[in-house]
Ligand binder design. Structure first.
Ligand code: BG6
Length: 311
């Protein structure tokens, strides 16, 4: 008789780092490292990996893990004086055993609550007191949900930018199309953050891309033609969407990224970059990402205009 595995298991991962495994009864799973509060794996009920993880990922502080879903906080990219993408992605988070309740009670069993609080060292580089709570949930259909709650517990305002730096696994980047961002304005990181407007149809890839799309819909689709799979990203509180693929030359310059890895990944990052989030003392911000992977019977034009709200 097989012993059923628990919906939440705390164990050791690569290099003995603490890891949480979430399992849903139908077979989907997710893995979360306390280092970075970092989701490194999300599998569907056939056991297929849906997130990209670099073949050369380094699971060792202070390097952030290359792949999965790093958290960019309190700064996205180089939009500030801190290190690229802030420091939450290379700090040790803790399990939050008694998180403040959510407005609706979750019936999901496969979930974990994490918390990150700045250390004395962190306060020297960024003198702000806050509590960053992250709930990671695997839904019954295998959907992956991340909810961040950041509370300013300081006596002064707290300003930050943020991204869920989601690395999606794709069969072949040249067979991928993104829907939901066409005709939007974006800042081009490859052109000194200059502002442009996207032209034409859905977005496809044939060279390096590093764009911050502004005021994006709450729903974005990433269609992998070869795999016949569509990722649907739904987001809340996160108006922007970063699209990144380093392509061949940059891939070769990154020590923790395989030379050919760029062919099998695409980052589509639910973010708040252009408009900095500012919290008054005692205020809380919430940013939510919901990821689902569905077979590509999903066609162009199925984005529901009712849900295309400006963030
Ligand atoms: C993306 C940025 O979000 O992350 C890119 O837009 C950056 O400019 C990429 O190169 C990877 O960043 P890092 O710090 O993880 O190498």
């Amino acid at each position: 008789m097989s012993v059923e595995k628990p919906p939440v298991e705390i164990c050791k991962g690569v290099n003995g780092l603490d890891k949480v495994v979430l399992r849903e009864v139908r077979g989907s799973s997710a893995e979360v490292y306390l280092y970075g509060g970092h989701v490194t794996s999300w599998r569907n009920d056939h056991g297929e990996e849906l997130l990209f993880l670099s073949t050369k990922a380094i699971f060792k502080p202070p390097k952030a893990i290359r792949g999965g879903i790093p958290i960019c906080f309190p700064q996205f990219g180089s939009h500030g004086n801190l290190d690229q993408h802030g420091f939450a992605r290379n700090r040790f988070w803790s399990i939050d055993t008694n998180p403040p309740p959510f407005p609706t009670v979750s019936t999901n069993k496969a979930l974990i609550d994490l918390i990150f609080k700045p250390s004395e060292e962190d306060l020297k580089t960024w003198p702000h007191s806050y509590e960053f709570r992250l709930r990671i949930t695997l839904g019954p259909g295998g959907d992956l949900m991340l909810t961040s709650r950041i509370r300013n517990i300081d006596a002064k305002p707290l300003s930050f930018t943020f991204a869920y730096h989601t690395y999606l696994s794709v069969s072949d980047i040249s067979e991928v199309r993104v829907e939901g961002l066409e005709t939007l304005d974006f800042l081009d990181n490859l052109k000194a953050k200059e502002r442009f407007t996207e032209q034409g149809d859905a977005i496809t890839f044939e060279s390096e891309v590093d764009k911050i799309y502004l005021a994006t819909p709450t729903k974005i689709a990433v269609i992998d033609h070869e795999k016949k799979r569509t990722f649907v990203l739904r987001k809340d509180g996160l108006p922007d969407a970063v699209v990144w693929n380093p392509w061949e030359k940059k891939a070769k310059s990154m020590a923790d990224f395989g030379d050919d890895d760029y062919k099998h990944m695409l980052c589509v990052e639910a973010a708040a970059v252009e408009k900095v989030i500012t919290l008054k003392p005692g205020e809380e911000w919430k940013g939510r990402l919901e990821l689902s992977a569905v077979p590509s019977s999903y066609r162009s034009g199925q984005l529901d205009p009712q849900r295309v709200l400006q963030g």
